[in-house]
Structures are given as structure tokens and as C-alpha cells.
Design a protein around this ligand. Structure first.
Ligand SMILES: [Zn+2]
Length: 384
């Protein structure tokens, strides 16, 4: 019987303290504890030399409703096997099918599964125009019932692009606003090709709401041709609306992110919008997306914060994304592997990278659930 796990020699990334330093992390009874002087006999040591040790990564935009949606991918394949301890499905399930989602995905997965419930009752179970018919909108009563009962549901999802809403225009988001205000939960809004346009969408968003696909490379995005945020987007940021990457097949542009960072230093969250068709290319994994950000010049501590503390705050969860003592011991140990490769964004732009982030070991609730000692690890000393 193991009483305690000690992770030693790794570069520990603490997103709350803003530090990266070599120190020990101790885990007992599934939670993080202070390393003690007098140790019991039954200690398991994990040598993380040359690796980084972080709160478990959170991917807050995935599609994992297998069997019921065409795009669903296995939760653990994009979760713990990729160094991600918590995922949030972004609107694959709606009110009508949440029970099936809970039974088939939330409960059996080793990865913690949270969900943004689609404001359409149908979710993505019958095509991708789920907001074309206003009669499919979840009622306020239905929303109250399911949010009170299902604690894995953290917010609402409203996909606000032309092919999704058809003639419904901005109405589904106005309805989502009413529901979200009543329940006091965030709305994750997907933006893409208008209509509706951002001038209509942004004023409906409040502090804590999330704009996913914020850095897409399509026309009518968050910035004008000169690289200035449109006034509605700037106002939203100032109010505390969060921008999220949501890479996806067609929703992340290196150029858009670089332009944004030239003028604005607001933090954003990093998520994949991973599903069956973009799993091989261009998304691959959360760590691939993080690798792209590093190559674009975002510092490691910021990148890690965007998938730990930042994501946890966006999801309204306090027990994950942190190394605070007494919180759940979800830990991602990862490394930078020397590997020259070309990573593309959704526009096909290429980035040549020499190092790529790879998961090494993953703990969930204090137990090792993934261990990649099998792959050759060059043991190169990690550097900042
Ligand atoms: Zn999505």
C-alpha cells in the first residue's frame, strides 16, 4: 500500500505563484500535501528530472460525445493520454441527450469530464445547424432542472455563426443570455462566419463569458485590418469577457494571435476544439497547441497558466488548475522533446519547431493514470 507519492527533481510550474523551480510535490489520499520530514515506509518516488510538473491540464473545448454525434472522439484519448486531466465538452450534448452523455462519457472516463450544455436541446446529435429552429431552444424551466441536478454542467454553449443559426440570427444568444443570468453560469460563445456579426454578439456578453475561436483567421474577426480590436471586442475584454483559442479545423490563425499580442496583453485560455476530423491534423492534441504558442513567443508560464488556473477560473472550479495544498492531486508531468517538425494552423500557415511538448506521467486524484516511460526520453535538461 502506498501512503504517499513524492514527485522530485522536476521543474515545478506554479501558476498562482508565477514560478518555475525545482522542488518536491507530495500527494496523500488523493490530495496535494506539504512534503514532510518524517516519511512513512510506503512512499512512492517519481523522478521527474528534466521534466516539468504542473497542475493537471484542462482543455475546455473538446467534442467527445462518441456514438451520438458524428464528430465525437474518445475522452481519454484526448484527455489523460495527452496529459489532460480535465476536459469540457463544448455543446455536443443538449438537454435531450445529456443523460446518454453522462452514462457513456462522463461516468466511464478516467479523465474528468465537464460540459457546456448546448442551448439547443438537440446539441450536435442531429447535424450542425442546431440553432436554425428556435423551437429547439432549451426552456428556462428545463435549464433550471438540469443545472440543479447535473454538477458536471458548468455553463451554456451557443454557436453563433451563419451555418448554425441560419435565419435565427442573434435570437438564440439573447435567449441564452436570459437563461445564463437566471442560473448565474457562463456562456461559451463560438464565433465564426457571420451573420450574426460580432457587433451584435459582443454586447450580449458579460464578465466570465467565453468567446471561443477568438483568434480565427476568417473575415469579420475581433480585429480590423489595422490590427486594432473592434470597439465591441475591446469593451468586452474590459468587462472581463474571456478569449479562448478553440483551435479546431478552421478556427486558429497564428497571424491573428500575433497581431493581438502586438497590442494587447490580456490573458487568454488555450483549448483545442478537438474532434475526430481534426485529431490528426491540424490540432493533434492540447500539447501540440501549446507547442505552437511557445513557438509564437508566448512564455511557458503563460501557456501553462492558460490551461490550468486560467481555464479553471473560466470553468468556475476551484479544486483544479492549482497546486494549492488540500486540492485534488491532478498533476501533469511533461517534457520538451527534441523533435524537428512542422506544425500548421487552421489557415495552413507553417511553423517549424525544434522541440515539442509531450506527456510523461499523469496523476488523477493522486493516482498515476498515464506513464510514458516506454518512449525514449533524451533526458535533456529542461530549460525555460
Ligand atoms: Zn467546438
Amino acid at each position: 500500500m502506498i501512503d504517499e507519492i513524492i514527485i522530485k527533481n522536476g521543474y515545478v510550474i506554479d501558476p498562482e505563484q508565477d514560478t518555475i523551480e525545482i522542488k518536491e510535490i507530495a500527494v496523500r489520499n488523493g490530495v496535494l500535501v506539504a512534503p514532510q520530514e518524517n516519511r512513512s515506509q510506503n512512499v512512492k518516488y517519481i523522478d521527474a528530472e528534466g521534466c516539468y510538473v504542473s497542475p493537471g491540464f484542462i482543455d475546455m473545448h473538446v467534442h467527445i460525445f462518441t456514438g451520438h454525434t458524428e464528430l465525437g472522439i474518445d475522452a481519454d484519448l484526448v484527455g489523460i493520454e495527452q496529459g489532460v486531466t480535465t476536459v469540457a465538452d463544448a455543446g455536443s450534448a443538449g438537454y435531450s441527450d445529456y443523460a446518454a452523455f453522462k452514462e457513456k462519457v462522463v461516468e466511464p472516463s478516467q479523465t474528468e469530464v465537464l460540459a457546456f450544455l448546448n442551448i439547443s436541446r438537440k446539441g450536435l446529435t442531429s447535424g450542425l445547424s442546431e440553432l436554425a429552429n428556435l423551437e429547439d431552444l432549451m426552456s428556462l424551466e428545463e435549464a433550471e432542472e438540469i443545472f440543479n441536478k447535473e454538477l458536471s454542467i458548468v455553463g451554456l454553449k451557443a454557436r453563433m455563426s451563419g451555418s448554425v443559426v441560419k435565419n435565427s440570427g442573434i435570437k438564440p444568444l439573447k435567449h441564452a443570455r436570459i437563461v445564463a443570468d437566471r442560473l448565474n453560469v457562463p456562456i461559451m460563445v463560438h464565433i465564426g462566419n457571420p451573420p450574426p456579426n460580432l457587433q451584435e454578439i459582443f454586447p450580449l456578453l458579460r464578465k466570465g463569458d467565453i468567446v471561443t475561436h477568438a483568434f480565427h483567421g476568417k473575415k469579420h474577426g475581433i480585429m480590423d485590418a489595422s490590427g486594432e480590436l473592434i470597439p465591441e471586442a475591446l469593451d468586452a475584454l474590459k468587462r472581463g469577457v474571456l478569449f479562448d483559442i478553440g483551435h479546431g479545423t478552421s478556427s486558429f490563425s497564428y497571424e491573428t494571435l500575433l497581431k493581438f499580442r502586438e497590442r494587447y496583453n490580456n490573458p487568454f485560455t488555450t483549448s483545442t476544439d478537438i474532434y475526430i476530423k481534426n485529431y490528426e491534423n491540424p490540432v493533434c492534441s492540447l500539447m501540440h497547441t501549446m507547442t505552437k504558442l511557445l513557438e509564437l513567443g508566448v512564455p511557458l508560464i503563460e501557456v501553462v497558466k492558460s490551461v490550468t488556473l486560467g481555464a479553471a477560473n473560466a470553468l468556475g472550479t476551484r479544486d483544479i488548475g492549482t497546486l494549492a495544498l488540500g486540492t485534488t492531486a491532478d498533476i501533469t508531468i511533461f517534457k520538451k522533446m527534441e523533435q524537428r517538425t512542422i506544425l500548421i494552423d487552421s489557415e495552413g500557415a507553417e511553423l517549424e519547431v525544434n522541440q515539442i511538448l509531450k506527456p510523461y506521467m499523469v496523476l488523477r486524484n493522486g493516482k498515476v493514470v498515464y506513464n510514458d516511460e516506454s518512449t525514449e526520453f533524451k533526458g535533456a535538461r529542461a530549460n525555460r
